[in-house]
Every structure is written in C-alpha cells, then in structure tokens.
Design a protein around this ligand. Structure first.
Ligand code: 5GP
Length: 179
C-alpha cells in the first residue's frame, strides 16, 4: 500500500493532536447546553476519526452509526443512498455528525436534512478533512480537522475501492493507481 502513496499529508500524531483540540472545542459547546450528544458516525470512513475523537471527550456521549454512499471510484455521483440506518430515534436529540471528508457537500447536506426531518433538535458537523474547492452545494462543517486541496486522499478510514482504510495516516493516492 505504501508504494501507492504520493505524499503523506497528516501523520497519526498530527491527527491525534488535532482530535484533542477538536474534542475540547466541541465539548465546551455541549457543556453549555447540558445536552448528551448522539455521536453519529457515517460508515465506514469516519470510524478511525470517531474512535480518536470520542476518547478525548470528558462528557458522556452516545454512539450511533449510519451508512450512506455517494461515491463510486474517485468521483461523486451526487446520489446519496442509505445502506444502513441508525438504530435509535434522533427526535429531540443533539447530534454530532462525524464525517471523514467533505467534498461536494452533497452527502452531509442530505444527511443533515434527513436528521432534521426526523425531528433532531440540533445537528453539528465535525469533519476530519474539508476539500472546500470541491463544494457544489452550500454546506459548512461546524468543526474541521484539516482543510485540504482538491486531491484524492486515502488512509485513516478513507478508501479507494475499499483499500487503504487501515493506513494510520492521510495521504494522497498516486494518480496511476486509479487512472
Ligand atoms: P461529498 O458528498 O461531500 O462529495 O462526498 C463525501 C464522501 O465522498 C466522503 O464521505 C467520502 O466517502 C468520499 N470522498 C470525497 N473525497 C474523497 C477523497 O479524497 N478520498 C476518499 N477516499 N473519499 C472521498
């Protein structure tokens, strides 16, 4: 796998440090409201990020998972499909939606809308990575780990055709791997 990586963007240590900062910012907000957030991870890519983040919270949180898909290969299709839904109701809940990366913004925007339609009280977004250049719909994360340029990245949960998720860092995939 390592031979397929053009450049490492963020090491495991850098991600861990950033997660500490994010968790303290995020929990300050929930301490103010007194809400116990339902931390909702979008499978599968956001699992390593969620795991790193929740260890840093000192407030109680609940965990939930949902699987949606919008990508086939390296380009966004624009269609968001629910493959696995969450197990509990989000009515009246404060939800912290955990996403690995925001690109066009379509996925997260549709999921946020769905959660509000189902009666969520409040939805906040935390994304490990943000490709702002890729945005085609209006959508901003409340908390972002790192802004990145418009390149296809893998590792730390992010895949290319299900591979590379277990790399401990975020790196740019060599173009020859997918072209
Ligand atoms: P969006 O709907 O914002 O265009 O896409 C979000 C989803 O697309 C992410 O959850 C992720 O699965 C996928 N995605 C977007 N950019 C990348 C990328 O650079 N690398 C990988 N592996 N997936 C990406």
């Amino acid at each position: 796998m390592l031979n397929d990586i053009k450049e490492v963007l963020f090491s495991e240590e850098e991600i861990s440090e950033r997660c500490k900062e994010l968790a303290s910012e995020i929990e300050a907000c929930y301490k103010e409201t007194g809400a116990t957030p339902l931390v909702l991870a979008l499978l599968k890519g956001s699992i390593p990020f969620m795991a790193e983040l929740i260890k840093r919270f000192t407030i109680p949180v609940e965990l939930e998972f949902m699987s949606v898909s919008s990508y086939s290969g390296v380009a966004s299709t624009g269609d968001v499909k629910i493959n696995k839904d969450m197990d509990v109701s989000c009515r009246g809940r404060s939800i912290l939606l955990v996403e690995d990366i925001i690109d066009t913004g379509r996925t997260i925007k549709q999921v946020v809308q769905l959660l509000y339609d189902r009666g969520a009280e409040d939805v906040k977004i935390v994304a490990l990575l943000d490709k702002k250049e890729g945005r085609v719909v209006e959508c901003e994360a409340d908390y972002v780990g790192f802004d990145i340029p418009n390149a296809f990245v893998v590792g730390y949960g992010l895949d290319y055709n299900q591979k590379y998720r277990n790399l401990p860092f975020v790196g740019v995939l060599k173009e020859e791997v997918y072209s």
